[in-house]
Design a binder for this molecule. Structure first.
Ligand code: HEM
Ligand code: HEM
Length: 218
């Protein structure tokens, strides 16, 4: 392993050490939140702490931020490698600046999305974050596996990140909607996101092995 290869493993290391434990914590609090809500709905006394909902949302905010963050990091490596190999700053200065600006705008939009509460601003910044991620995903150098999209680390990762952005965008609606429609939408989409996270674990390890083999000429 050459020193430069450490750049490649930053993304998997953060995913394994930080993001996956967070997924476990968020899922645990999600289940507890639901149990408590159903118990109190049936007028039963619940032993579950009333703060589980708040804890779920707090950890959920961390999770959504880190899934988008870790995806940006996963994209930064191949995009950066492509920029350096093609000396993009001299061959296509416009594209070089465009990529840098999109990285900055996407991160800024995510930070603002975490803070903003008004419906229309949540819509605006969620859309900006999502568009930024997709634009970066379709830059040269990113290994998308277009012909095998059904087992692609890229497509699953982007979809999972978009679902996390959507969770942030509809956060207030979950509380405000008395019919629980948004709550149900949230549960269905995020249970699907859980499957995508598992797929990320498998496809990510496969891609690490394949990149290793390719570099060693195997
Ligand atoms: C692994 C991903 C996630 C799963 C599986 C999940 C699942 C759930 C479940 C099962 C509930 C309880 C629903 C009920 O009361 O019946 C819930 C509530 C909620 N979730 Fe998530 N969730 C996830 C991530 C997130 C994220 C990223 C956010 C946003 C930051 C979020 C925001 C909320 C909110 C606001 C509630 C309502 C809490 C309350 O009633 O006090 N969730 N979620
Ligand atoms: C929920 C967790 C994860 C998400 C959301 C995620 C997302 C992404 C995204 C969007 C990319 C850029 C597109 C691509 O090149 O495929 C990427 C790249 C990559 N990820 Fe992940 N990933 C996650 C976990 C992991 C794990 C656990 C591993 C390995 C153990 C891993 C290994 C890789 C590798 C090797 C790359 C390729 C870098 C390159 O193309 O040069 N990822 N990831």
């Amino acid at each position: 392993m050459k020193p430069v290869d450490f750049l490649l493993i930053i993304h998997p290391v953060i995913a394994v050490i930080f993001v996956f434990p967070l997924i476990g914590i968020v899922s645990y609090f999600a289940e507890q939140t639901r149990q408590r809500r159903l118990q109190t709905l049936n007028k039963k006394k619940s032993n579950i702490s009333p703060v589980v909902g708040r804890e779920h949302v707090l950890m959920g905010r961390w999770l959504s931020g880190s899934i988008v963050g870790v995806s940006l990091l996963g994209l930064a490596y191949p995009i950066g490698e492509n920029i350096i190999n093609n000396r993009l700053w001299s061959s296509n200065l416009f594209l070089f600046l465009f990529i840098l600006i999109i990285f900055v705008v996407t991160i800024a939009a995510l930070v603002i999305l975490q803070k903003t509460r008004q419906k229309h601003w949540r819509g605006v910044f969620a859309t900006l974050t999502g568009i930024g991620l997709v634009i970066l995903g379709f830059q040269d150098g990113v290994f998308r596996r277009d012909n095998q999209w059904y087992m692609s680390h890229f497509y699953f990762g982007i979809l999972a990140a978009l679902l996390m952005i959507f969770s942030l965008a509809i956060l207030e609606e979950i509380y405000q909607d008395c019919s629980n429609r948004w709550r149900s939408v949230h549960i269905i989409l995020n249970c699907f996101a859980l499957l995508l996270f598992m797929a990320q674990g498998m496809t990510g390890i496969r891609d690490l092995l394949e990149i290793g083999k390719y570099k060693l000429g195997g």
